[in-house]
Design a protein around this ligand. Structure first.
Ligand code: DX5
Ligand code: ZN
Length: 218
Protein backbone atom coordinates (compact mmCIF):
# COMPACT_ATOMS: atom_id res chain seq x y z
CA UNK A 1 0.00 0.00 0.00
CA UNK A 2 1.22 3.50 -0.85
CA UNK A 3 1.17 6.01 2.00
CA UNK A 4 0.80 9.80 1.90
CA UNK A 5 2.33 11.61 4.88
CA UNK A 6 1.66 15.37 4.88
CA UNK A 7 4.40 17.31 6.69
CA UNK A 8 3.04 19.91 9.10
CA UNK A 9 6.22 21.97 8.59
CA UNK A 10 4.29 23.93 5.96
CA UNK A 11 0.94 23.93 7.77
CA UNK A 12 -0.74 26.88 9.48
CA UNK A 13 0.15 25.85 13.03
CA UNK A 14 -2.23 28.43 14.50
CA UNK A 15 -4.97 26.16 13.16
CA UNK A 16 -3.35 22.77 13.66
CA UNK A 17 -6.45 20.63 14.23
CA UNK A 18 -8.27 22.22 11.29
CA UNK A 19 -5.25 21.62 9.03
CA UNK A 20 -5.11 17.99 10.16
CA UNK A 21 -8.82 17.60 9.48
CA UNK A 22 -8.29 18.87 5.93
CA UNK A 23 -5.59 16.30 5.13
CA UNK A 24 -7.62 13.53 6.75
CA UNK A 25 -10.55 14.44 4.48
CA UNK A 26 -8.17 14.24 1.51
CA UNK A 27 -7.12 10.71 2.45
CA UNK A 28 -3.81 11.26 4.25
CA UNK A 29 -2.42 8.08 5.83
CA UNK A 30 0.18 9.40 8.29
CA UNK A 31 1.14 12.81 9.69
CA UNK A 32 4.83 13.73 9.33
CA UNK A 33 6.51 15.95 11.97
CA UNK A 34 9.88 17.55 11.20
CA UNK A 35 12.04 18.12 14.26
CA UNK A 36 15.00 20.48 13.67
CA UNK A 37 17.55 21.62 16.24
CA UNK A 38 19.48 24.44 14.54
CA UNK A 39 22.66 22.29 14.69
CA UNK A 40 22.26 19.25 12.47
CA UNK A 41 20.20 21.44 10.12
CA UNK A 42 20.19 25.24 9.84
CA UNK A 43 16.62 25.69 11.08
CA UNK A 44 14.58 25.22 14.26
CA UNK A 45 11.07 23.83 14.50
CA UNK A 46 9.38 22.19 17.45
CA UNK A 47 9.72 19.40 20.00
CA UNK A 48 7.76 16.69 21.81
CA UNK A 49 5.03 19.08 22.99
CA UNK A 50 3.99 19.73 19.40
CA UNK A 51 4.20 16.03 18.53
CA UNK A 52 1.82 15.38 21.41
CA UNK A 53 -0.54 18.11 20.18
CA UNK A 54 -0.59 16.37 16.78
CA UNK A 55 -1.17 13.00 18.43
CA UNK A 56 -4.18 14.35 20.32
CA UNK A 57 -5.58 16.01 17.18
CA UNK A 58 -5.60 13.07 14.75
CA UNK A 59 -6.31 9.35 14.66
CA UNK A 60 -3.60 8.86 12.00
CA UNK A 61 -0.14 7.39 12.80
CA UNK A 62 2.42 10.06 13.66
CA UNK A 63 5.71 9.86 11.73
CA UNK A 64 8.47 11.80 13.49
CA UNK A 65 11.60 12.79 11.54
CA UNK A 66 14.41 13.82 13.87
CA UNK A 67 16.91 16.18 12.25
CA UNK A 68 18.81 16.66 15.50
CA UNK A 69 22.11 15.91 17.18
CA UNK A 70 22.10 13.84 20.39
CA UNK A 71 18.96 12.03 19.26
CA UNK A 72 19.56 9.24 21.80
CA UNK A 73 18.81 11.65 24.64
CA UNK A 74 15.34 12.40 23.29
CA UNK A 75 14.00 9.09 21.92
CA UNK A 76 11.85 8.41 24.95
CA UNK A 77 10.41 11.93 24.96
CA UNK A 78 9.21 11.65 21.36
CA UNK A 79 7.81 8.15 21.81
CA UNK A 80 6.00 9.16 25.00
CA UNK A 81 4.63 12.15 23.09
CA UNK A 82 3.05 9.78 20.59
CA UNK A 83 5.52 9.02 17.78
CA UNK A 84 4.46 5.80 16.05
CA UNK A 85 7.44 5.94 13.69
CA UNK A 86 10.65 7.58 14.91
CA UNK A 87 13.37 8.24 12.33
CA UNK A 88 16.93 9.33 13.07
CA UNK A 89 19.58 10.53 10.65
CA UNK A 90 22.42 8.11 10.05
CA UNK A 91 24.76 11.12 9.78
CA UNK A 92 23.79 12.37 13.25
CA UNK A 93 23.96 9.13 15.25
CA UNK A 94 27.17 7.37 16.31
CA UNK A 95 25.88 3.93 17.38
CA UNK A 96 23.05 3.51 14.91
CA UNK A 97 22.42 -0.16 15.63
CA UNK A 98 21.96 0.62 19.32
CA UNK A 99 19.67 3.56 18.56
CA UNK A 100 17.41 1.49 16.30
CA UNK A 101 17.15 -1.23 18.93
CA UNK A 102 16.32 1.35 21.60
CA UNK A 103 13.52 2.88 19.53
CA UNK A 104 11.99 -0.57 19.07
CA UNK A 105 12.39 -1.44 22.76
CA UNK A 106 10.50 1.75 23.58
CA UNK A 107 7.61 0.51 21.44
CA UNK A 108 7.89 2.56 18.24
CA UNK A 109 8.82 1.65 14.67
CA UNK A 110 12.41 2.64 13.89
CA UNK A 111 13.49 4.61 10.84
CA UNK A 112 16.86 5.61 9.38
CA UNK A 113 17.22 8.65 7.15
CA UNK A 114 20.05 9.50 4.77
CA UNK A 115 20.90 12.90 3.31
CA UNK A 116 21.18 13.48 -0.45
CA UNK A 117 25.00 13.20 -0.18
CA UNK A 118 24.98 9.87 1.70
CA UNK A 119 25.17 6.74 -0.49
CA UNK A 120 22.67 3.88 -0.08
CA UNK A 121 25.66 1.48 0.31
CA UNK A 122 26.21 2.86 3.80
CA UNK A 123 22.96 1.17 4.90
CA UNK A 124 24.26 -2.37 4.18
CA UNK A 125 24.72 -3.27 7.84
CA UNK A 126 21.73 -1.53 9.37
CA UNK A 127 18.85 -1.62 6.87
CA UNK A 128 17.59 -5.07 7.83
CA UNK A 129 16.97 -3.86 11.41
CA UNK A 130 14.94 -0.82 10.37
CA UNK A 131 11.18 -0.61 9.86
CA UNK A 132 11.61 2.34 7.51
CA UNK A 133 14.37 3.97 5.46
CA UNK A 134 13.91 7.62 4.57
CA UNK A 135 15.69 8.95 1.49
CA UNK A 136 15.99 12.74 1.70
CA UNK A 137 15.30 14.18 -1.75
CA UNK A 138 16.26 17.72 -0.65
CA UNK A 139 18.92 18.86 1.81
CA UNK A 140 17.06 18.73 5.11
CA UNK A 141 16.14 21.94 6.87
CA UNK A 142 13.44 23.68 4.89
CA UNK A 143 10.18 23.05 3.07
CA UNK A 144 9.56 24.20 -0.47
CA UNK A 145 12.90 23.16 -2.04
CA UNK A 146 13.31 21.51 -5.45
CA UNK A 147 13.40 17.74 -5.76
CA UNK A 148 16.92 16.33 -6.31
CA UNK A 149 16.37 13.90 -9.14
CA UNK A 150 19.19 11.45 -8.43
CA UNK A 151 17.14 10.46 -5.38
CA UNK A 152 15.22 8.16 -7.73
CA UNK A 153 18.41 6.22 -8.46
CA UNK A 154 18.90 5.86 -4.70
CA UNK A 155 15.35 4.58 -4.26
CA UNK A 156 16.00 1.90 -6.89
CA UNK A 157 19.27 0.92 -5.18
CA UNK A 158 17.38 0.64 -1.90
CA UNK A 159 14.72 -1.60 -3.46
CA UNK A 160 17.57 -3.83 -4.66
CA UNK A 161 19.19 -3.86 -1.22
CA UNK A 162 15.85 -4.74 0.38
CA UNK A 163 15.50 -7.70 -1.97
CA UNK A 164 19.08 -8.86 -1.35
CA UNK A 165 18.61 -8.67 2.42
CA UNK A 166 15.09 -10.16 2.22
CA UNK A 167 14.14 -7.24 4.47
CA UNK A 168 10.75 -5.59 4.91
CA UNK A 169 11.44 -1.92 5.65
CA UNK A 170 9.24 0.73 4.05
CA UNK A 171 10.94 3.16 1.66
CA UNK A 172 10.03 6.79 2.37
CA UNK A 173 10.92 9.87 0.33
CA UNK A 174 10.92 13.41 1.70
CA UNK A 175 11.39 16.71 -0.13
CA UNK A 176 10.01 18.27 -3.29
CA UNK A 177 7.12 15.86 -3.67
CA UNK A 178 4.35 17.32 -5.85
CA UNK A 179 2.08 16.22 -8.65
CA UNK A 180 5.07 16.68 -10.98
CA UNK A 181 7.46 14.37 -9.10
CA UNK A 182 5.38 11.83 -7.20
CA UNK A 183 4.57 9.45 -10.06
CA UNK A 184 8.23 8.84 -10.94
CA UNK A 185 9.03 8.31 -7.26
CA UNK A 186 6.22 5.80 -7.00
CA UNK A 187 7.43 3.94 -10.09
CA UNK A 188 10.95 3.82 -8.60
CA UNK A 189 9.56 1.93 -5.60
CA UNK A 190 8.71 4.46 -2.88
CA UNK A 191 6.12 3.30 -0.32
CA UNK A 192 5.72 6.47 1.80
CA UNK A 193 5.58 9.99 0.32
CA UNK A 194 6.13 13.02 2.54
CA UNK A 195 4.69 16.23 1.11
CA UNK A 196 4.69 19.61 2.83
CA UNK A 197 4.32 22.71 0.70
CA UNK A 198 2.53 21.03 -2.22
CA UNK A 199 -0.27 20.17 0.20
CA UNK A 200 -0.39 22.91 2.84
CA UNK A 201 0.46 25.85 0.58
CA UNK A 202 -2.24 24.93 -1.93
CA UNK A 203 -5.63 26.65 -2.09
CA UNK A 204 -7.46 23.45 -1.24
CA UNK A 205 -5.55 21.24 1.20
CA UNK A 206 -7.98 18.32 1.00
CA UNK A 207 -8.02 18.33 -2.81
CA UNK A 208 -4.21 18.57 -3.00
CA UNK A 209 -3.89 15.57 -0.67
CA UNK A 210 -6.45 13.60 -2.65
CA UNK A 211 -4.71 14.39 -5.93
CA UNK A 212 -1.33 13.08 -4.70
CA UNK A 213 -3.05 9.99 -3.35
CA UNK A 214 -4.81 9.42 -6.67
CA UNK A 215 -1.54 9.72 -8.61
CA UNK A 216 0.14 6.90 -6.65
CA UNK A 217 -2.78 4.50 -6.41
CA UNK A 218 -1.91 0.99 -7.54
C1 DX5 B 1 12.74 19.03 5.07
C2 DX5 B 1 11.68 18.20 5.76
C3 DX5 B 1 10.50 17.89 4.93
C4 DX5 B 1 9.72 19.07 4.43
C5 DX5 B 1 9.34 18.75 3.04
O1 DX5 B 1 13.89 19.05 5.81
O2 DX5 B 1 12.21 16.97 6.22
O3 DX5 B 1 9.63 16.95 5.57
O4 DX5 B 1 8.57 19.35 5.15
O5 DX5 B 1 8.79 19.88 2.48
P1 DX5 B 1 8.38 19.98 0.95
O6 DX5 B 1 7.36 18.89 0.69
O7 DX5 B 1 7.82 21.35 0.85
O8 DX5 B 1 9.63 19.77 0.14
ZN1 ZN C 1 10.76 15.32 7.00
Amino acid sequence: MKIIAPSILSADLANLSQQLRYVEIGGADWIHCDIMDGHFVPNLTFGPIMVNAVKRSTHLPVDVHLMIENADEFLEDYINAGADYLTVHQEAVVHLNRTINRIKELGAKAGISINPSTPVDTLQDTAEFADLILIMSVNPGFGGQSFISNSLKKVKELVKLRNELKAHFLIEIDGGMSKDTIVEASKAGVDVFVAGSSIFKSDNISAATAELKFLIQE
